[in-house]
Write a protein that binds this ligand. Structure first.
Ligand code: HEM
Ligand code: NAG
Ligand code: NAG
Length: 501
């Protein structure tokens, strides 16, 4: 009979052996880890990362140029600093892929839908038609934003009303975006909007479940995830009559009829035909849902962050209002061009994205071959790499007094003649990666920034804003790497008292 001491020694020997072997065979053993690396202990690291991603990423950023953090299903390698961001985005697509990294992290073929991955026609449409049509579609978006605010903020006379910040903004963005995605009247259809809004949550449920399984089990579990398939099925009866009517019009009147809709759904239908697909109704529905999925949540988080700054410091309203009114007077109204001249408005939103942001990481890639970085670090094939966005944005190497929200930081930088065409909200750089950076930087950012500026200008022109009792800005919460503004805080609105139209 072995004594308990012998049993303990034997077990210890096995554990040590296991750790040593793993270390020898671990393709990432040369990259320092934040948190424990031993086989089972790394799960503790994953739990810590889930709950404290901000601290974990900052610790790695401060100590190393390149480090790794543990998730439940894999390690991710993170690079630190502007120079490394630049290096990462320059690695060619054949060596590091954005699409395959997102596919791996989100498992989109199970959590979203398989067809749209094979034919990502919505990306072409967002990059080209959506961005090209910002000027002609401007009046529609501005109108939808104004109507949505009027309905959602029941402000009378000189009374202050209190509304939930996040939910109100989510509803305005869903309506304004869907005005451009599917047009009137669907963009105001409650059932449609509900499906469109909850789709993100349905996809996230699937992602959360799959993240707990190792890669080899995902294909076994994935096909049984019900949520996104159910959402797509429910969307069909809403979109199908609209699609069929458009196909009928095209049949009767040829490719360009006189009042042909100018929206994302129409562009997706046309794009599918252009690439030779035959009436793929399922793909069109998925295209709309997926565009919505990428658009709504990111824009809502971003705008709510900024609105909370405005409500906490209503003194910023005055300089913004002066700028908006001045530009509208010069330009005889609101157009896409007049928005470009509102530098302070642009700066306010960008600065809010710098200090808050949507995600702690960006520029995510997966190595398709072994890649060696300039400092000699080898990233073996299959490694997921990303950049520490939040730490980059709060690094004093990149920004003066980085912890301070300085709303006109970027417009002041642009006041310098040589800098006047830089530092726009839509510009990406090694120091600003909120929209990613490089070839795969967010193609929806021109649309998003335009929409967010219309929303901020509408609030600035028509409302006064504050928190109850001069309250401070509520803290953000990190959910894994997603940076959420407070989801329940209320914001007070009042119709502007000195409005002269
Ligand atoms: C303020 C709001 C938004 C933020 C902060 C944001 C941020 C991002 C980021 C960080 C990426 C990944 C880039 C990289 O890591 O290199 C991305 C990709 C993408 N975004 Fe956005 N986005 C926003 C709004 C939108 C909107 C409104 C749309 C569509 C209308 C959109 C469509 C996309 C698409 C399709 C991709 C994938 C690009 C590709 O596959 O090459 N985004 N976005
Ligand atoms: C898009 O998603 C948002 C929230 O995620 C939702 O409110 C909106 O209705 C959706 N729209 C479409 C067309 O899917
Ligand atoms: C959000 O803000 C409200 C007050 O505005 C506060 O009571 C609540 O605890 C905050 N929630 C979080 C998660 O911080």
């Amino acid at each position: 009979m072995a004594s308990s001491a012998e049993v303990i020694c034997a077990l210890l020997a096995i554990v040590v052996g296991f750790v040593v072997i793993r270390k020898k065979t671990d393709p990432l053993h040369h990259i320092p880890a934040i948190g424990p690396t031993a086989p089972l202990l790394s799960y503790l690291g994953a739990i810590r990362f889930l709950n404290n991603a901000r601290e974990v990423l900052q610790e790695g950023y401060d100590k190393y140029k390149i480090f790794k953090v543990s998730m439940f299903d894999r390690w991710i390698v993170v690079v630190s600093g502007a120079k490394m961001n630049e290096e990462l985005r320059k690695v060619p697509d054949e060596q590091m892929s954005f699409m395959e990294a997102i596919d791996l992290m989100i498992q989109s073929k199970y959590t979203i839908a398989p067809d749209i991955l094979v034919h990502p026609i919505h990306i072409t449409v967002i990059k080209e038609q959506l961005t090209k049509n910002l000027a002609p579609l401007f009046p529609d978006v501005a109108e939808e934003v104004r109507l949505a605010f009027q309905e959602l903020i029941p402000a009378k006379d000189d009374e202050w009303v209190s509304v939930p910040g996040y939910d109100t903004i989510a509803a305005v963005i869903a309506r304004a975006s869907n005005r451009v995605f599917v047009g009137v009247p669907l963009c105001r259809n409650a059932e449609y909007l509900k499906l469109a809004t909850t789709f993100t949550a349905e996809v996230m449920k699937g992602c959360t479940v799959l993240a707990f399984f190792p890669d080899f089990l995902k294909p076994l579990i994935g096909p049984f995830l019900p949520w996104s398939r159910r959402a797509i099925r429910r969307m069909h009866p809403l979109l199908r009559p609209v699609i069929e009517e458009r196909l009928r019009q095209r049949e009767e009147n040829g490719d360009d009829w006189s009042d042909k809709p100018n929206d994302l759904l129409m562009w997706i239908i046309d794009e599918a035909r252009r690439v030779g697909l035959n009436e793929p109704i399922d793909l069109w529905v998925q295209g709309v849902l997926v565009s919505n999925f990428t658009a709504i949540h990111t824009s809502t988080i971003t705008f709510t962050h900024a609105l909370f700054h405005l409500a906490a410091n209503p003194e910023y309203i005055k300089p913004l209002r002066e700028e908006v009114e001045e530009v509208i007077r010069q330009e005889n109204g609101w157009t896409k061009v007049s928005m470009n001249k509102m530098w302070k408005l642009d700066s306010f939103l960008k600065e809010s994205s710098r200090v808050n942001g949507v995600s702690g990481i960006a520029v995510t890639r997966i190595a398709l071959t072994d890649v060696t970085l300039s400092d000699g670090t080898l990233l073996p094939m299959g490694t997921v790499v990303t950049a520490a966005a939040a730490s980059t944005h709060l690094d004093e190497e990149n920004y003066d007094k980085p912890d301070i929200f300085d709303p006109f930081r970027f417009s002041n930088m642009r006041a310098e003649e040589s800098e006047k065409n830089r530092h726009h909200y839509v510009s990406t750089s090694a120091e600003y990666i909120g929209f990613g950076h490089g070839r795969h930087a967010c193609p929806g950012r021109f649309f998003a920034v335009n929409e967010l500026k219309i929303m901020l200008a509408t609030i600035i022109l028509y409302y006064d804003v504050k928190f109850a009792d001069g309250g401070k800005r509520p803290d953000n919460t990190w959910m894994a790497t997603t940076i959420l503004p407070n989801q329940t805080a209320k914001v007070m609105f009042r119709k502007r008292q000195d409005l002269v139209v």
